[in-house]
Design a protein around this ligand. Sequence first.
Ligand SMILES: Cc1cc2nc3c(=O)[nH]c(=O)nc-3n(C[C@H](O)[C@H](O)[C@H](O)COP(=O)(O)O)c2cc1C
Length: 351
Amino acid sequence: MEGLARRLLHIPPRLLASLPPETAHDLAIRLIPLAPRGRQAERPGLETTIAGIDLAHPLGLAAGFDKDARAALGLLRLGFAFVEVGTVTIRPQAGNPRPRLFRLAADRAIINRMGFNNAGIEAMAGRLQGRPHTGITGVNIGINKDSTDPARDYGIAAARLLPLADYLTINVSSPNTPGLRDLQEERALAGVLDAVLEARRNAGPAKPVFLKVAPDLDDRSADAITETAMARGIDGIIATNTTIARPPGLRSPARAEKGGLSGRPLMAPSTRLLQRMARRAAGRLAFIGVGGIASGADAYEKVLNGASAVQLYTAFVYEGPAIIDRILDELEACLARDGHADLASAIGTGL
Ligand SMILES: Cc1cc2nc3c(=O)[nH]c(=O)nc-3n(C[C@H](O)[C@H](O)[C@H](O)COP(=O)(O)O)c2cc1C
């Protein structure tokens, strides 16, 4: 069985690219649990710590790939240092009508308007409960599109899932749930953060809580969010989610589709926001950099701009599991070139 899976998993970038995007994704989620273990080489010098969580190296899988934690163990086995499952909402939800996922291959980008399709917090709790702890798994929570009390709903999701997660991410930044990003406004945000942190106080051993932000924030909002996160006691920020902007130069026909854009065109704007927030936080928050990473040089740029760890999604879809070792090899080369003894000594040196 493993041989078959290995062969299948060698094909995906090409095979999967010939299928409709969502069919390919569902197939990948089914195949990944059968995947062989990735290279287990030690990565001395790439160890990192994020809000107290020790990671073997800084590269994780971003939220949205494994929304219901169906493949998390397999994804960890491929070699990701951590996997963020979700976004999950308190009640199951079908998401937007299809098609809602578009490849922009010429731009190495994706547009999605999935709309938090997920099986709900109880289904996720069932999957996470009692499974072996073989690696770091974060849980990303959102709200149903018909939520009437976002703060309460985030609190409920946090209370249910924090005990089963290594960390929790509050997602107020997906562009596909109407009104969600308004929760980044100062007063609304404070209410959501307080509800989640209250749930954490009652949920046993304290686990880190991150806030995931949109790249489409003006400077004033970015500063206000950073300050609010610090004032309320959030551990870190994940910068960033997908963008509603359409940078000039996109070539793919699907560029006009509505939704969040990810991948290469997101690298620069996303890193700019990371840099601004990390400067403002001046060491008082942990940062996970995500948005447009497709090489070790991209990951390195996020690290220089304050990220203690990074995540990716879109480039993994285009390149498959081999991207993990490629990025780590290239990252090691970047560190050596610039005379950094290890990853830790490079974090934030570009700020
Ligand atoms: C198809 C798709 C679905 C996504 N779903 C979620 C989600 O449910 N929750 C979330 O916080 N981010 C979600 N994201 C955003 C990613 O986690 C990531 O922040 C973004 O894609 C930028 O990284 P990338 O350029 O490496 O893809 C999704 C991205 C894609 C492409």
